[in-house]
Design a protein around this ligand. Structure first.
Ligand SMILES: *[C@@H]1O[C@H](CO)[C@@H](O)[C@H](O)[C@H]1NC(C)=O
Ligand SMILES: *[C@@H]1O[C@H](CO)[C@@H](O)[C@H](O)[C@H]1NC(C)=O
Ligand SMILES: *[C@@H]1O[C@H](CO)[C@@H](O)[C@H](O)[C@H]1NC(C)=O
Ligand SMILES: *[C@@H]1O[C@H](CO)[C@@H](O)[C@H](O)[C@H]1NC(C)=O
Length: 422
């Protein structure tokens, strides 16, 4: 890390000499606290004085009086001055001042005097600030669970809550970062009116952490209205402490707690579903196939053939539809992953290809559909976020984290091809 800071400055100064970058800083140099810091001489950096011409270089702190001289270079020899021990400062090959371990006390104005061959002594100064980078480069959103990516997280809000407070922070950095909230929508973004606070951090001596002492913590809060679709917000941090800017993306997902509580007076104390696959099966053999436009006699022959083909397939699928309710109470451990098995599959009443499975809660209405499996794809329904329910390889309903409101009756519908139903 130490080396990287040094390398960074070297490369910047090389680039400046070669004219590839135009740096519009006010000349202030920020050095990372606790690391090796390099204070370049602007006259050397800008190639006004060729390195090979330099006979002597003097670096001072605070003023150019003799007592503020830190270190000198004179005809090949670098020497600390004023009783400063070796290893605190150095002068490198580009005549920059090296601060071996930057602390908060290194902030201030550094003066240099440089004597090129056959020329008069030139002098100047450099402003130095210490910098404390955050331990995590991204702003932290309070109450947000980090995803796989370090810069995204998820906040779960109840589906019926109307406003939600989003707060992001970046703590103990220097200089303070600016934080803001942005709402993303298809093809655009809007900056939100966040309320921000910046506060100084002074750590008590006993903490011993001078590395994060006298820094700043920033926070930004917005109230967001929960709307229908999944919302995406970003907290953006800007400032020298993090380079330029970083963002943390927040997914606001709604949770749909099942509020219906069913009496779970279990008449059977054991899991019976495997032994007793149920008496309430209703085989929907009577489903009438949808009317297909067989009467389109004037249509092209090829169209009729295609329609006929589709009609045949639909017939097969619909005749295989089976509707049943779970029979036999299943007991699931609260706080654990729970499996509600489909008795028909479990008892091998359905063999072969299942084309679709639908799991409902409380009733079989469209709005009570929790999750579906259809032709290889499992999809949560009715706005339920991913990760609440799942359907496993045996077409069982998985409740990823059983809570007390999961009590109740679950209904399933299974779609099989007719010729596979026994
Ligand atoms: C730099 O100084 C700090 C505070 O005095 C100290 O904790 C740290 O170990 C030093 N780092 C190095 C690389 O010497
Ligand atoms: C939002 O939450 C933050 C942190 O919990 C709190 O400081 C702030 O006052 C809250 N804002 C509102 C309007 O509730
Ligand atoms: C932003 O919020 C502040 C206080 O919450 C309010 O005074 C100001 O008018 C708001 N600005 C906009 C553009 O909404
Ligand atoms: C932090 O700085 C304050 C003064 O700014 C000082 O009193 C305190 O002892 C320092 N704490 C640490 C841990 O260095």
């Amino acid at each position: 890390m130490t080396r990287r800071v040094g390398m960074q400055w070297v490369s910047i100064s090389l680039l400046l000499c070669c004219g590839f970058v135009q740096v519009s800083t006010d000349g202030t140099v920020f050095l990372e606290r606790g690391h090796r810091g390099i204070v370049p001489c602007p006259l050397v950096e800008s190639c006004q004085i060729p390195i090979g011409d330099i006979l002597a270089m003097y670096w001072f702190y605070g003023s150019t009086s003799d007592t503020s001289l830190l270190i000198s270079y004179f005809i090949g020899k670098v020497a600390p001055q004023n009783g400063i021990p070796q290893g605190v400062y150095d002068i490198d090959n580009e005549f920059s001042l090296v601060i071996e371990n930057v602390t908060a006390f290194n902030e201030g104005t550094y003066y240099f005097q440089v004597k090129p061959r056959l020329k008069v002594v030139e002098s100047g100064s450099v402003e130095v600030c210490d910098k404390v980078s955050p331990s995590r480069p991204y702003p932290t959103v309070i109450g947000c669970n980090q995803d796989h990516d370090a810069d995204t997280c998820e906040v779960r809000v109840r589906h019926d809550s109307t406003v939600h407070n989003l707060t992001c922070v970046m703590e103990q950095v220097k200089p303070a970062v600016q934080l803001g909230w942005i709402r993303l929508f298809l093809g655009g973004q809007t900056e939100l009116n966040a309320s921000t606070t910046v506060g100084p951090v002074v750590l008590p001596a006993y903490t011993g952490s001078s590395l994060r002492n006298n820094t700043y913590s920033t926070s930004a809060s917005v109230q967001v209205a929960a709307v229908d679709d999944e919302e995406v917000y970003e907290c953006e941090a800007m400032g020298i402490a993090i380079g330029s800017s970083t963002r943390t993306r927040v997914r606001l997902t709604k949770t749909y707690p099942t509020t219906a509580t069913y009496d779970t007076t279990a008449t059977d104390n054991e899991m019976q579903s495997s032994n007793n696959p149920g008496t309430t099966l209703v085989l929907m053999d009577e489903v009438t196939p949808p009317a297909f436009p067989f009467t389109l006699r004037l249509a092209l022959t090829i169209t009729i053939l295609v329609v006929l083909f589709i009609a045949v397939i639909f017939d097969v699928i619909l005749r295989g539809l089976v509707l049943a309710s779970t029979d036999g109470t299943v007991f699931l451990e609260r706080g654990q992953r729970g499996i509600v098995s489909c008795p028909l599959v479990e008892s091998c009443q359905i063999l072969g290809d299942i084309l679709a499975t639908y799991w409902h809660y409380g009733s079989t209405s469209g709005t009570s559909l929790l999750i579906s499996y259809f032709l290889g794809r499992v999809a949560p329904q009715n706005g339920i976020p991913e990760g609440v329910y799942d359907i496993d390889d045996e077409f069982n309903l998985i409740i990823e984290n059983v809570i007390n409101s999961n009590d109740g009756t679950y209904y399933f519908q299974v779609l099989v091809a007719e010729f596979l139903l026994n």
